[in-house]
Design a protein around this ligand. Structure first.
Ligand code: PEP
Ligand code: MG
Length: 542
């Protein structure tokens, strides 16, 4: 038996085979090719193969995702017939005498660059398609087997780290647990892992590639991974796993009960979601509403800038299905670790402090208005709230509200129905917002504390940097004080204050938050019932 240790992100036990996930690396020779004709033939064979793959994806998407999504793959097939693209690559092989891989990288990158510089957002978005096709061509030319990246049977998946977009694309049905060699506990990948509720370890550095396919047990309780465990250990951990399943069943008995302390204080426990696919988890865990819908996942899941109509459909589905529950949708919080090719954002020295979230929205007004119009339209179908992220000033909030009012006027002129009253709030996730909370509270209907970023900015600790884990203190007094100050400021001005960062699910702080007077906790769906159990056991009169 071998053992590797890491840091637990999600508790629990996963039993099964280990699968090492390796994103392909493209190392491309710049040397001259010996036989240009052979390179041209290799290129042509790859082109035909990729067209076949795209056609198969089209057929599959047609059955599972509908005509509109499938259309992307049909367009990809056609792009590979485009004379400019193909002739550009062929010229690199015949005139510069370079290999097919080099020609694909340069030829496809040139066209992608050309698209990205166009004014029309539709053509800008084609740039991401060309990059996708470039990678598909390189995978075929270099023999990368991308189908097996995740394996074919459910396994404990191991990777260096996952980007948020990789995480959303993972096939959950093939995952028993998740382990990364790198990663930090407050990263979006960790947040997604929590929402999937799969046993997860990060910083498990000692995992060897030779362990691929071996039988393993991920033991979240002890933050370790056992490879080929002894029969005794298999029996102990299987029993523990079965106990977990029983406890989960007991929690189900709390469904329908209120989140009320012994002395009669009731608070709201909501769920955090990333899109319509999480509606089931909200219902299954009996959350009273959604306190944070991270709308950027609608953007991350899309190959191109989602249109107003596409966004409207996604928001409407959530709001309508969950009505009359409140669904707070946060406007696009892109940037920092959440990057999207079609947004064409520059690389920055300090992305967490950079051009992100509301800063992008306020400078790309058309982009922002598309989302606000979609949100306003969806508001007619249920109880929708709107929340702005990364706010640091009163000026920003006023500007957001003005643009929202402008969208409302436009829709009224177009005769489109919008809810009369929509709660508008802000994330309090910067020290600036905490310190200006008294002024900000007079502009909005609610505050939601984003403790992930608030901790990062208050303690000057990059949440993405795994090396900083030893310095991180999730219960840092400065953060707890900032939370208390925000709740008090909100209450002074008669608005409700919630917590939607990961700290909201920290059961060791539930009583503290209740004593501070928090009105709402919005947590990953799986934490709703365990929190209900804790809240119902607290007596604030003591
Ligand atoms: C936060 O910062 O606490 C938060 C909820 O937002 P995100 O984690 O998406 O940045
Ligand atoms: Mg945040």
């Amino acid at each position: 038996m071998q053992v590797a240790t890491g840091t637990k992100i999600v508790n629990g036990i996963a039993i099964g085979k280990l699968h090492i996930y390796k994103a392909p690396v493209y190392e491309i020779s710049e040397a001259q090719a010996e036989d240009p004709i052979q390179e041209l033939n290799r290129f042509e064979q790859a082109r035909v193969k990729v067209q076949e793959q795209q056609h198969a994806l089209y057929e599959k998407a047609l059955k599972t995702a509908g005509e509109e999504s499938a259309g992307i793959f049909e367009a990809h097939e056609l792009m590979l017939d485009d004379d400019d693209l193909i002739d550009g690559c062929k010229a690199i092989m015949t005139e510069q005498k370079k290999g097919a891989e080099y020609a694909v990288r340069e030829g496809f990158d040139n066209v992608a660059q050309m698209f990205s510089e166009m004014d029309d957002p539709y053509f800008q978005a084609r740039s991401a398609d060309i990059i996708d096709l470039k990678n598909a061509m390189l995978d075929v030319l270099m023999g990368n087997d991308t189908d097996s990246l995740q394996g074919t049977e459910p396994s404990i998946l191991v990777a260096e780290d996952f980007t948020p977009s990789e995480t959303v694309k993972l096939d959950k049905s093939l995952m028993l647990g998740m382990i990364t060699r790198e990663g930090s506990s407050n990263s979006h990948t960790a947040i997604l892992a929590r929402s999937m509720n799969l046993p997860t370890l990060i910083q498990c550095k000692d995992i060897s590639d030779d362990w691929e396919g071996k039988f393993a047990i991920l033991d979240g309780y002890n933050s370790c991974l056992y490879i080929e465990p002894t029969p005794d250990l298999i029996e102990t951990l299987t029993n523990k796993h079965n106990e977990d399943l029983k406890k989960e069943a007991l929690l189900q008995e709390l469904k329908g009960k209120s989140n009320t302390t012994i002395d009669g204080r009731t608070i709201r426990v909501y769920a955090n979601i990333g899109g319509p696919s999480d509606i089931g988890a909200v219902q299954a865990n009996d959350a009273e509403g959604v306190g944070l819908f991270r709308s950027e996942f609608v953007y991350l899941n899309s190959k191109e800038d989602p249109s107003e109509e596409e966004q409207f459909q996604a928001y409407k589905r959530v709001v309508e299905t969950l009505a009359p529950k409140l669904v707070v949708i946060r406007t696009c919080d892109i940037g920092a670790d959440k990057t999207i090719d079609y947004m064409n954002l520059d690389k920055e020295e300090n992305p967490a402090l950079g051009y992100r979230a509301i800063r992008i929205c306020l400078t790309r007004k058309d982009f922002f208005k598309r989302q606000l119009r979609a949100l306003l339209r969806a508001s007619a179908y249920g109880n929708l709230g709107i929340m702005f992220p990364m706010i640091i000033s009163l000026r920003e909030v006023r500007e957001c509200k003005e643009i929202l009012a402008e969208c409302r006027r436009e829709l009224a002129n177009e005769g489109v129905k919008v809810a009369d009253k929509i709660e508008v709030g802000i994330m309090v996730e910067t020290p600036a917002a905490v310190l200006c909370a008294d002024e900000l509270a007079q502009e909005v209907d609610f505050f939601s504390l984003g403790t992930n970023d608030l901790t990062q900015y208050t303690c000057a600790l990059d949440r993405q940097n795994a090396k900083l884990e030893p310095f991180s203190d999730t219960h840092h007094p400065a953060v707890l004080r900032a939370i208390q100050m925000t709740i008090e400021a909100g209450h002074r001005h008669g608005i409700w204050v919630g917590i939607c960062g990961e700290l909201g699910a920290d059961q060791t702080l539930t009583e503290t938050f209740l004593r501070m007077g928090v009105d709402e906790l919005s947590v990953n769906a799986k934490s709703v019932l365990p929190l209900r159990k804790i809240i119902r056991s607290i007596d604030l009169s003591k």
